[in-house]
Write a protein that binds this ligand. Structure first.
Ligand SMILES: *Cc1c(COP(=O)(O)O)cnc(C)c1O
Length: 387
């Protein structure tokens, strides 16, 4: 089955009877009914496909997890109440006192704070490495390293990391590799097929795609996910059936949406590349991007994120930002509507000039999440805002 067919049909546990439903219903129930003690016994012995309690498993959630596994090309996927919950579960399950996680310095802010503010309280150390250091992945792995956690492309410069090279170095060293693949989305960059052990996604973004759900997902082999699934029962952060349903509906149009995000973003990036008011356009699909070759080797589409660096720095960027009419000023990404944010006021707020320079972030940057509108309307909106 091709991906677009698979994502429509996989995981649909339709109801039976005189009028069977075409889609999986929302099982709005905290608990499930057993007919007998023998049935409960069979469940507890793992001999039944039934359900006990929705903090453990819920049929709507399982149906969507099956669809997500099809998206990722994974044996299994696990859903969480947010991307942050997925990250927290992965790190707290993979690491214990005395262990170290090596993390790319250019990383999602929530991941950074989790590793610097919370994990040290459990005796888990984080070490942040630059993209240059990560380019020689075997050397970033130390004697206490148990996990290497990274992203590609990276916010907001969309710099790319050689996913296969990092995964291979981790495998050789017996270290677990995890990619936060939220920006690319697995249809553009199937990281598990490149040797990565675990794929993490904020499903809040492209997977759901409609800016109306907060959710997270981890995908990999059953063996790797089994302890994480047990931790999810204990920490109690499985996704609710209602948002799971919405996510499952979003996934059915993922291939269509991703193709349009890719095409729209490339059109916007290309149109703005030579704009006199712009110093630089950052998009991995442009030959001018420093990691275009890496992106071409590992991405089948270059995604919907585009960052522009406006000439005239902060003042000019703020002015253009305020003048946008079609593109909305909002945090987050991956929805049908185009939105924009200023990295110095969101992901990189409060950083000194030196720290910004190290992250490759300028005060004139505007980050765009290109949606599914007509690309000409987006280009015209940006041109009038920059004019
Ligand atoms: C949004 C995001 C997260 C966190 O996901 P939530 O669903 O907001 O908890 C993690 N990583 C990246 C790259 C993100 O964009």
């Amino acid at each position: 089955m091709r991906k677009s067919t698979e994502l429509i049909h996989t995981g649909e546990h339709v109801t039976s009877g005189a009028t069977p439903s075409l889609t999986t219903p929302i099982y709005e129930t905290s608990t499930f009914v057993f007919a007998s003690a023998a049935e409960v016994q069979a469940y507890q012995a793992g001999r039944s496909s039934g359900y006990l309690y929705s903090r453990y498993e819920n049929p709507t959630v399982v149906a969507v997890e099956e669809k997500l596994a099809a998206v990722e090309g994974a044996e299994q996927s696990l859903l969480f109440s947010s991307g942050q919950a997925a990250t927290t579960h992965a790190l707290l399950t993979l690491l214990q006192q005395g262990d170290e996680v090596v993390c790319s310095a250019a990383i999602y802010g929530g991941t950074h704070h989790l590793i610097t503010d919370l994990l040290p309280r459990f005796g888990i150390a984080g070490r942040f490495v630059t993209l240059e250091e990560l380019a020689d992945p075997a050397r970033v792995i130390g004697p206490r390293t148990k996990v290497v956690w990274f992203e590609s492309p990276i916010n907001p410069t969309l710099r790319c990391v050689d996913v296969r090279a990092v995964a291979a170095a981790c495998r050789a060293a017996g270290v677990t590799s995890v990619v936060d693949n939220t920006f690319a989305c697995p249809l553009n960059q199937p990281v598990l097929s490149m040797g990565v052990d675990l794929s993490m996604q904020s499903a809040t973004k492209y997977l759901n795609g409609h800016s109306d759900v907060t959710a997270g997902v981890l995908s990999g082999t059953r063996a790797r996910l089994e302890p994480i699934a047990r931790a999810r029962r204990l920490m109690g952060s499985i996704l609710d059936p209602q948002p799971a349903y919405a996510l499952g509906r979003g996934l059915k149009t993922l291939p269509l949406r991703v193709a349009r995000h890719n095409a729209n973003a490339l059109a916007v990036a290309t149109a703005l590349d030579a704009h006199p008011a712009i110093a630089r356009v950052y998009y991995p699909g442009l030959p001018s991007h420093p990691d275009h070759d890496t992106a071409r080797r590992q991405m089948s589409g270059f995604g919907g994120m585009v960052t522009i660096d406006v000439r005239g720095g902060q003042e000019a960027a703020f002015r253009a930002f305020d003048r946008l009419q079609v593109i909305k000023r909002a945090a987050s990404l991956g929805g049908v509507e185009s939105i924009c944010s200023l990295p110095i006021l969101t992901s990189h707020t409060g950083l000194s000039d030196e720290e910004l320079a190290r992250a490759g972030v300028s005060r004139g940057m505007i980050r765009l999440s290109i949606g599914l509108e007509d690309p000409q309307d987006l280009i015209e909106d940006l041109e009038q805002a920059l004019g």
